[in-house]
Design a protein around this ligand. Structure first.
Ligand code: NDP
Length: 448
């Protein structure tokens, strides 16, 4: 008789949990995973993937608008939200099945119910059943924060936004981070009137100043309104079912939906961590060491619940490294530096490495190279919007410390360029690379 029911019990079947389960099982571990919502987690079910499909769907507006400049006549153009929404949800269903098949193919047992920690080696399922395991991995992710103001029950978060019955005419979005700027772009492109209200005057905190300012200018010109330094005070429901938003000192803003996107907090409430002696960090996160181990030797945590870097590829890497370390005899930790990231705003932003301020603080003297250009496709389409690329370089070693971009396809281009930053290449290496002409990406090797 085995000492425990399983070698590994994973709580949460999202990006980190599924990767860890599959890899641990491939090393011969007996693995089970519990998921209270849908298999796939935030990224697949209500995050990155369906969001990106909405970005694609909404981007046709720009392409169709520009098409006439290239000789196309597009007659009878109209948009049907229900078609896009349902297509996205069908693909989410397909992906959920694919993730479930991955678990089945690797002989990972799955429980479709909530599980909480009952002790260092045991979890309790919602059905009341207690299951024991040599190791427990917590990969429950994060959940949208809803600030406390009267009427917040009338607001939605990114959890609900994918399921709207109809396309709203007026959208108020609170927050000016990733989710706010991505959905501002989607709704604006689909023809909704969008107002972004934020508590500070900063959008996309942490990204390069000039890049953020370019996004602000372009989106203002596209018709998005901004109310900075204006947190929502209250939201009132009107007799006709619409909403009235009171933000800062502004006149009330009428809205059909209010999307709140004010960060995501680790989903640790009620998880029973105290039963294993684990204390939470200041933001509700589970503190872990470099190998994702908590203060309890048999319990590990990966992904958003640890609040290190809230990005899917990081959760996947942490899940993989956990399985390699604990079950593969290959102890590995993850480097959280130099993580490429993108905001799928319209136009999108992408960045890797240090911004100017961070580079100056860390390296002293730096050089900054900038290309401010009008993409060829915008010139043809009489679209005045310009792209902006920046390289931040250490003046002492010539090493490229950071790349910051806004412009069409910036995330696609940045992913390849991030290899050069990861490989510690120099500005001279960029200069020695022959331009691929005509492209937007060639700007990266033509900055002098
Ligand atoms: P972000 O942290 O990106 O932005 C939060 C925004 O809400 C900021 O503008 C912030 O203002 C504001 N804010 C924070 N707390 C409050 C509060 N209590 N009251 C009012 N305003 C507040 O969070 P998101 O929700 O947009 O996204 C969560 C995370 O999900 C991101 O950090 C990212 O890691 C991940 N994500 C990644 C995506 C990608 O990779 N493309 C896409 C979507 C999400 P201020 O800055 O002024 O303080």
């Amino acid at each position: 008789m085995a000492e425990f029911d399983y070698d590994l019990f994973v709580i949460g079947a999202g990006s980190g949990g599924v990767r860890a389960s599959r890899v641990a099982a491939s090393y011969g571990a007996r693995v089970a995973v519990a998921e209270e919502h849908r298999i796939g987690g935030t990224c697949v079910i209500r995050g990155c993937v369906p969001k990106k499909m909405l970005v694609y769907g909404s981007h046709f507006a720009e392409e169709l608008q520009d098409a006439s400049h290239y000789g196309w006549t597009v007659e009878g153009m109209k948009f049907d939200w229900a078609v896009l929404r349902d297509t996205v949800q069908r693909d989410v269903d397909r992906l959920e099945s694919a993730y479930t098949a991955t678990l089945d193919n690797n002989k990972v047992d799955h429980f479709h119910e909530r599980a909480v920690v009952a002790g260092p080696h045991s979890v309790k399922l919602a059905s009341g059943r207690e299951v024991t395991a040599k190791y427990i991995l917590i990969a429950v992710g994060a959940w949208p924060v809803m600030p406390d103001f009267p009427g917040n029950e009338h607001c939605i978060t990114s959890n609900e936004v994918f399921h709207l019955a109809e396309l709203p005419k007026r959208v108020v979005i609170q927050g000016a981070g990733y989710i706010a700027m991505e959905f501002a772009g989607i709704f604006n492109a689909l023809g909704c009137h969008v107002t972004v209200v934020n508590r500070s005057e900063t959008l996309l905190r942490g990204y390069d100043d000039a890049v953020r300012d370019r996004l602000l200018q372009i989106t203002l010109a596209r018709g998005i309104d901004y109310k900075f330094n204006s947190p929502i005070r209250k939201v009132e429901k009107q007799a006709d079912g619409s909403l009235m938003v009171f933000a800062g000192d502004h006149d009330p803003l009428p809205a059909d939906i209010v999307l709140v996107a004010t960060g995501r907090t680790p989903k640790t409430a009620g998880l029973g961590l105290e039963n294993a002696g684990i204390e939470l960090g200041k933001k509700g996160e589970i503190p872990v060491d470099a190998f994702s181990k908590t203060s309890c030797d048999s319990i590990y945590a990966v992904g958003d619940v640890t609040n290190r870097v809230q990005l899917t590829p990081i959760a996947i890497r942490e899940g993989q490294a956990f399985a390699d370390t604990v079950f593969g005899g290959n102890p590995r930790s993850i480097d959280h530096d130099l993580v490429p990231s993108a905001v799928f705003s319209q136009p999108p932003i992408a960045a890797v490495g240090l911004n100017e301020g961070q580079a100056r603080n860390r390296y002293g003297t730096i050089k900054v190279f900038t290309s401010d250009f009008r993409p060829m496709k915008n010139v043809f389409a009489s679209r005045p919007e310009r792209g902006l690329y920046k390289l931040v370089v250490d003046a002492g070693t010539d090493r490229v410390l950071g790349i910051h971009m806004i412009g069409p396809d910036a995330p696609e281009i940045l992913q390849a360029a991030a290899i050069a930053v990861q490989a510690k290449l120099t500005k001279a290496d960029f200069d020695a690379t022959v331009a691929l002409h005509p492209s937007m990406a060639e700007e990266l090797v033509l900055m002098r």
